[in-house]
Design a protein around this ligand. Sequence first.
Ligand SMILES: [Zn+2]
Length: 347
Amino acid sequence: MPRVSTVLDLSRALGWLPRSRYRTSPRALPNALMAWHDPAYIAALQQAETLDAPTDTMLRQHHLGTLSNPLFPEMFRRPATGVGGMMLAAELVQNGGVVHVPGAGTHHGLPDRANGFCYLNDCVLGMLALRHFGARRIAYVDIDAHHCDGVAAAFAGDPDILMVSTHEEGRWPFTGALDDDGGGAAMNLPVPRGFNDSEMRLAREALIVPAVAAFRPDAIVLQCGADAVEEDPLSRMGLSNNAHIGVLRALRHLAPRFILTGGGGYNPWTVGRCWTALWGTLAGRDIPDQLPVAAQAVLAELSWGGGARPAPQPHILTTLRDPRREGIIRPEVVARIEVLRRRIGRQ
Ligand SMILES: [Zn+2]
């Protein structure tokens, strides 16, 4: 379904994307991808793009052509463009600055195989590019509904990486338990179903912001998967997009270099609205209560692309910000945050 194109169309309809602020992502070259991925895997991924069915090796060794990592016509070019966007972003912010790469955020990708519809790991390659351009200490914050297992695998035990992830407990990929500290590099906050804005505010103020501030990063990468909002069909979290905006605002000035990525998000309306609202926030724009007609038209043209899913509620077609979804802060959320708080400042 359309995701990045919705962000561009909405941003342009709002007058938020002048040409001077926009760059087309270059496609990363195979050699650049090998900074983390196996050469044999990159070759297989390029070859798979030309095939209708995977070979045995592709399927068994590289998990290409499975239900969650299907073959499709741009299966190399599209993720390689996400990586190219991250590498360009790392270069653009080398003297300070901020870039939004909505097409990036493939945090499940592994060195030698596709994983969870992530064929490459543009988060990892972007962080390596930040290092190449002079950032030593990098904080990676991930508020996607799913745990960032690929990023965790890449940087386990790295003293110059702080990884903070909030994700729904008991959900694929079933990694990122509370006591998994990634060899000292990670803080994992698994959260219960229905995780609400009030709970995210507590996580933000009591854990995410103090942990990142204490780490004193040279750069921050914020993975803002939109699948943690209530209407997403692939998870059961209960956030509004105000939660994402709040985390972005709180982190933006904690490092001179800042890269915002997309990630998951499987409701075409909520993912486009969330990431557009994030771009508007970064670009210093005021989010209007009611969208102008041209922006409403972008949302009106979206569809689920088949299937029997509920139609969007009326406010989804006319606004960018959701109503706030406050709720009770459950004791298990408080307790888990308290456990992690004891580790702040140890990295
Ligand atoms: Zn996700």
